[in-house]
Write a protein that binds this ligand. Structure first.
Ligand SMILES: Nc1ncnc2c1ncn2[C@@H]1O[C@H](COP(=O)(O)OP(=O)(O)O)[C@@H](O)[C@H]1O
Ligand SMILES: [Mg+2]
Length: 246
């Protein structure tokens, strides 16, 4: 079988904050096209920092970061922004603009990044994207009128509207009840299927990890400690690894 070229290649990533705080100490992660990779690790193990370094929201101290075959580490700002437009980032506490309706929240990234779009094109894109997250009925609501799960969906729609090829989810189900978490996990899969996106999903919700992952990596002491499918790792001989799955 032909070996796939990864769409994301992180090699030897180092990041420290001050001299006593080595957070990343040589992280290697590859993600194949169309794959959902889940990243596990204890709180503070550097999961969020890893994906922030990936898009250079945080500058790594050392390491290679190749996305779509392009090395990002030395890329000039305008070229970097071109690559970032192809990557959707769902922050841990990604908030909507409270003073704007759902429609306006979704129009915002288009007005900024797709200035050539007409009002009609903007409205069509908003409606199509809300359909794909199952929220068309909320189009003229304000964020304060929505449940936590609905706000997450709108946040996701706001990212999806730019048609990213890669999605980075940071704790997508945190703070949601079990049923709503399940709905978000289902949505992550439906987006993977519908838009053929490649995703990195940071989570400590094991139901989400099980449901959404094609493969899992676990960070420990600043490196990828182990990787495998959910089923592999659940049956690991390493008790520390297994402890995530209890
Ligand atoms: N800007 C910063 N300055 C100093 N330390 C930071 C900064 N950002 C993150 N850290 C530290 O880096 C470590 C990893 O953070 P993070 O990647 O957010 O962990 P998590 O795995 O929980 O997402 C934590 O100990 C955190 O305190
Ligand atoms: Mg985090």
């Amino acid at each position: 079988m032909k070996k796939q070229t990864p769409i994301i290649e992180i090699k030897g990533l180092f990041k420290s904050f001050g001299k006593d705080k080595d957070v990343l100490r040589g992280v290697n992660i590859n993600v194949n096209k169309g794959e959902n990779l889940v990243v596990l690790g204890k709180s503070g193990s550097g999961k969020s920092i890893t994906i922030k370094c990936l898009v250079r929201l945080v500058e790594a101290d050392k390491g290679e970061i190749k996305v779509f075959g392009t090395e990002l580490t030395n890329l000039a700002e305008d070229e970097l922004n071109q690559v970032r437009l192809r990557i959707g980032f769902l922050f841990q506490n990604g908030a909507l603009y409270d003073s704007m309706s759902v429609r306006e929240n979704l129009a915002f990234p288009l007005q900024r990044h797709r200035p050539e779009f007409t009002d009609t094109q903007i409205n069509i894109a908003i409606e199509e994207t809300l359909e794909s997250v199952g929220l068309i009925e909320a189009i003229d609501k304000m964020p304060s009128e929505l449940s936590g799960g609905m706000r997450k969906r709108v946040g996701l729609a706001r990212t999806l509207i730019l048609k990213p090829e890669i999605l980075l989810y940071d704790e997508p189900t945190t703070g949601l009840d079990t049923i709503t978490s399940r709905e978000i996990s289902e949505l992550i899969i439906s987006i993977q299927m519908k838009f053929k996106t490649t995703s990195i999903i940071i989570t400590h919700d094991m139901a989400c990890a099980k449901f959404t992952s094609n493969r899992i990596v676990i960070l420990r002491d600043g490196v990828v400690y182990t990787e495998g499918t959910y089923q592999d790792l659940e049956q690991s001989e390493d008790q520390w690894v297994r402890s995530f799955f209890i």
